[in-house]
Ligand binder design. Structure first.
Ligand SMILES: [Zn+2]
Length: 371
């Protein structure tokens, strides 16, 4: 696999977030091609795999395919599977795993497979990577078969990169296929979307996802992690390996003084920026969601049934502001992979959070709830 990145990091839910390793080692160490193919074989992607395989078999696959779904739905895994299928020289409707192309692909050294990802210490795919790619595609196929480009994640590109890619999309080289992965459709310009065949990845049912996660690792707490991952099992798996639950004590302690003055917003934002910022945002979302649920519902004290209780006027304002904060957190989670100042993002969030928690009404309500 020819990589248009020298060092890459995973953001797609198929490896540790922020893990860094030389790109050529991606195929043979942390995220192997085989590991991606195993994940791509999950049952809930079967229909989509069948449709794509049929399109390849009948020569109807468009030269540019956009694999779109929630983060962690398996876009990179499916792109890997489709790349292997396109590169297999036996064209038997499924990658044979045995021809020269398949062997090169599985070893991560196929010269006609170009995987473009986010370089280490970068927050987006750079325009130079896309220009390099265009240059690479001008050469003939090394194997005399198809050439495949995977851009993962395509929604991390900036406008210059999109413009550079547009020329490749408009004037595709012969027998060349571009596979783009994305979780944020709104980040892709209409000019890019309109030139791709968009394939939406489905999510499994929660029961199906938890059963699959239990097979990967037998443990408690999958349902909670899956909820946090908004139903995407690969992302839930990623959260588990990232130690999300282990962050509980650290985050609880950090937020303890948030309702009091002084509150070290800058120090905390700096610490969170440097250590698993995506996971911390996910934790904050879950924490705030549970706080708001607690505020809106109360136990009737009988059989532990829970009844909805309309908050008093003051509390209702607090809860409304809390939901606005929750919206901001969700928006931040969607933006953190792009070209974003993470320090500033955490500073803004923490200022709003501290102000919200400082509210006398909220404290009064919380104290009342505990008595
Ligand atoms: Zn093959």
């Amino acid at each position: 696999m020819h990589c248009c990145r020298r060092r890459a990091r995973s953001r797609c839910g198929c490896g540790r977030p922020g893990a860094r390793y030389p790109a050529r080692e991606v195929a043979v160490s942390d995220i192997t091609v085989e590991a991606r193919l195993v994940r791509a074989a999950v049952a809930w992607l079967a229909d989509l795999r069948e449709r794509l395989a049929d399109a390849v078999r009948t020569g109807r696959l468009p030269h540019a395919v956009l694999l779109l779904g929630p983060e962690g739905a398996g876009q990179a895994e499916l792109a890997c599977w489709l790349a292997g299928l396109l590169l297999c020289e036996r064209d038997a409707g499924a990658a044979c795993g045995d021809c020269v192309s398949c062997r090169l692909f599985l070893a991560g050294t196929h010269p006609d497979c170009h995987w473009v990802g986010i370089e280490a210490d970068a927050s987006a795919i750079r325009v130079e990577q896309i220009r390099d790619l265009a240059g690479s595609l001008e050469t003939r196929s090394f194997r005399g078969h198809r050439k495949v480009v995977v851009i993962d994640p395509a929604d991390s590109m900036n406008i210059s990169s999109f413009n550079a890619l547009l020329k490749t999309l408009e004037e595709p080289s012969e027998n060349t296929y571009l596979l783009l992965t994305a979780s944020r459709r709104d980040r892709l310009p209409a000019t890019i979307r309109s030139r791709c065949s968009c394939q939406q990845l489905p999510l499994p049912t929660p029961a199906q996802a938890v059963a699959w996660l239990q097979l990967q690792q037998s443990r408690d707490g999958w349902a909670r992690l899956l909820e946090l991952a908004q139903g995407a099992p690969f992302l839930a798996l990623n959260y588990a390996s990232s130690g999300l639950e282990a962050l509980d004590a650290d985050m609880q302690e950090a937020l303890g003084p948030a309702g009091k003055v002084p509150f070290d917003v800058l120090g905390l934002a700096d610490a969170w920026r440097a250590d698993r910022p995506e996971v911390r945002l996910a934790w904050l979302e879950l924490w705030l969601t549970e706080l708001l649920r607690e505020a809106a519902w109360s136990s009737d004290g009988v059989n532990n049934n829970r009844r909805y209780r309309l908050p008093a006027d003051g509390d209702r304002t607090i809860i409304t502001r809390g939901y606005r904060l929750l919206d901001a957190l969700r928006e931040a989670r969607g933006r953190i992979g792009g070209s974003l100042n993470v320090q500033l993002l955490f500073e803004n969030l923490l200022v709003d959070l501290a102000e919200w928690m400082r509210s006398n009404s909220w404290r009064a309500h919380s104290n009342q709830s505990r008595t």
